[in-house]
Ligand binder design. Structure first.
Ligand SMILES: [Fe+2]
Length: 283
């Protein structure tokens, strides 16, 4: 058993499809949980690279990327994924920075001196049109823009699916990950995000259906074991809570974790409400 929850080799582009690479980086800690982080790199027809959810900037990583193309676009795809933008903006001043709606208004983002050039919604920027579709999934506070790279059939998510491997987590964080519902092979959005999105269920469910209808060949996301095989069915399973297909999409009994008990759900709900209040205070 190991407690190294990263996916080596780190800080180097690894091809997963034509014009698609992932870059895994050292874990960060979020609320007591070690979280592996992953950037996805897409190369557009122009030859420009798009860095989705950038990991920390390293000169060696930048050189390796520039061997693949010019770094033309930086994407902060969710409310929580902007922390490493500053280093890339300094190193690539001509790159355009795109962000999920509302990120620019957040006080920590302004304090960090992050420049946002454009917001992403359900219509992709002209420079990406024809190659990348965008789907906005939104609830109170939480927003994520999902990217679908048409030429490779790759769907790129951020926090909408988290799929951590239990064996790689220390016991305490493992229990927390199970509580949040983010343990492979049954990873989903963390419980607090599910609660937030449930407050905008109809619209979020339509967005989730759009994602499934894209029928991706692979689904890459920022934290954990991504879906390299059976991607569309794995995605449908991970979004079943939102699509209203929970009963039919769950794994057979015995392969799935038992449901959390009501008192735990209540405690987590209280935590989510507190987190929501905290996030609002920080805006
Ligand atoms: Fe995240």
């Amino acid at each position: 058993m190991t407690h190294d929850i990263s996916y080596p080799p780190l800080n180097t582009p690894k091809p997963v499809a034509e014009d698609v690479w992932i870059v895994d980086a050292a874990p960060i800690e979020a609320g007591g949980l070690p979280l592996p982080i992953r950037m996805t790199v897409l190369r557009l027809a122009s030859g420009d690279l798009l860095l989705h959810s950038p990991v920390p900037h390293h000169p060696g990583l930048q050189r390796a990327l520039e061997a693949l193309g010019r770094i033309g676009h930086l994407v902060a795809p969710s409310i929580g994924h902007w922390m490493f933008l500053a280093g890339w903006q300094a190193a690539c001043p001509n790159a355009i920075t795109w962000a999920v709606p509302g990120l620019e208004d957040r006080r920590p983002v302004r304090r960090a001196g992050i420049r946002i050039d454009g917001e992403l919604g359900n219509t992709p920027p002209r420079a990406w049109a024809g190659a990348i579709d965008t789907v906005l999934v939104a609830g109170p506070v939480f927003r994520e823009v999902c990217l679908f790279h048409r030429p490779s059939g790759t769907l790129v998510l951020t926090d909408l699916v988290v799929n951590l491997e239990a064996d790689l987590l220390p016991p305490g964080p493992r229990a927390l990950a199970r509580l949040l519902g983010i343990v492979a092979p049954d990873g989903r959005a963390p419980l607090y995000l599910r609660l937030l999105l449930s407050l905008n269920r109809a619209e979020a469910a339509r967005a989730a259906q759009r994602l499934v209808d894209l029928a991706p060949d692979r689904v890459v996301f920022a934290h954990g074991q991504w879906f390299a095989r059976d991607a569309t069915s794995e995605l449908r399973r991970a979004l079943a809570w939102l699509l209203g297909q929970e009963a039919s999409a769950e794994r057979p009994l015995g392969q799935s974790r038992p449901g959390i008990t009501p008192w735990i759900a209540g405690a987590v709900l209280a935590s989510a409400v507190a987190a929501l209040a905290y996030a609002r205070r920080r805006r």
